[in-house]
Design a protein around this ligand. Sequence first.
Ligand SMILES: NC(=O)c1ccc[n+]([C@@H]2O[C@H](COP(=O)([O-])OP(=O)(O)OC[C@H]3O[C@@H](n4cnc5c(N)ncnc54)[C@H](O)[C@@H]3O)[C@@H](O)[C@H]2O)c1
Length: 459
Amino acid sequence: MSTDKFNLPSRREFLQTTGSLAAATMLSKIPLPTVHPGGSDLIQVALVGCGGRGSGAAVNALSTKSGPIKLVAMADVFADRLNSSFDNLKQSVGASMDVPDDRKFLGFDAYKHAMDCLKPGDVVILTTPPAFRWVHFTYAIQKKLNVFMEKPVTVDGPSSRRMLKLADEAKAANLKVGVGLMSRHATNLIELHDRVQSGQLGEIVLMRGYRMHDPAGYFESLPKPDNVSHVEYQIRRFHSFLWASGGCFSDFYIHHVDHLCWMKNAWPVSAQALGGRHYRQSPEGITYVDQNFDTYSVEYTFADGSKFYFDGRCVTGAQGIYSSYVHGTKGMAIAARANDCGGPSAIFHGQNPTGKPKWQSTDTSNPYQNEWETLIDAIRHDNPYTEVKRGVEASLTASMGRMAAHTGQQVTFDEMLNCEHEFAPNVDKLSFEGDAPLMPDETGRYPVPRPGLSPKREF
Ligand SMILES: NC(=O)c1ccc[n+]([C@@H]2O[C@H](COP(=O)([O-])OP(=O)(O)OC[C@H]3O[C@@H](n4cnc5c(N)ncnc54)[C@H](O)[C@@H]3O)[C@@H](O)[C@H]2O)c1
């Protein structure tokens, strides 16, 4: 398959590959064996969104130890993504896979076909860009499926309100739903949380989170090549477009937002923020067309007046800092020593993280595996389990900081929740033939945030 400089297959190649797999799809009427989750019976899994995280989540699912589990169906919008995920999974967890060609599905309705292969009580993994989360979750609930969905689960006010309703429906239907905010399953942070709650830091007065590194993922994008549709271009480069991902702020920074607010057991009531784009040109002098700022600095305020500062930066050559801290009246703690939730976490006597810590975590288990053990255990033992409401609240808190930076205004949690600007209103009807939720102007550029000039809308 030939690729252009963006590593995208041409539209013709896409249609050819899509066509052959879609034809196989039509032959798929082979019923799968009945499943009886609970006890040690087989749990079947479908993967929707076969990219990096989806493939990783499938490995985690199939590596759970509590009983038989099998991947039986896969869905994606792009054949190259599905095929490479299938090949990689085959090598690592092939013994736990039963995904013949007629259970590989492509296109915007592929998620339905993949879920149709499951029985009530099975599990679907939702790891597409977040814009599609509510669409796919709606169908999973209809099919009475348990769900693992990646963060962020929403990117704006309207989809957050929709997801909160769906969370209630899933709970009422006794469905188990895990959300990929894996900090909550990182043992170092669980232990730190217990210690913070028991008062070892005193009252929390300040928290700090930093994710500052080179441009990562699809943070920046050059103009769309002619041989690719708008929809394909934006979905493949989803970190560049606010409708698809909430941008780098929501997609990259939500983990620190989530675990620091957890330490406080509260969501901030408001945010004010700074942000801007220092570098809009590629080294070759071509103007990037994505919607991200390259620096963000957010001051979150909790109801008791205490603060949480978050700094995010995607700039080459600037100092890299990727860690988080909690300060209380009796001392301070390192929460994530590195990355999103990496340990060891530690508590110190004063306000400096120096000298011998009062306590330091020792557990090094993998939070991505832990979150799956917990979800599958809840399914097998029929324990109530849903992380969706919390996932929406973390997503909203991320959106609130992002919107404060993008508009140059203070934004409250309630204003974010009730904000009427829906970034992709008809995302459930998206097709490769139609317009994308965001269309460029005649120069190929998309609307970008203009703090101060656009105080009510982010773009
Ligand atoms: N918890 C974590 O640490 C973590 C890490 C990485 C990514 N993620 C999250 O996982 C999600 C996916 O990220 P990724 O890095 O795997 O991206 P990715 O681009 O590697 O994978 C996304 C996949 O979804 C497919 N897709 C897009 N739209 C689809 C649709 N409508 N139907 C079916 N398939 C569709 C894409 O073709 C692609 O294969 C994001 O929400 C991201 O924030 C979480």
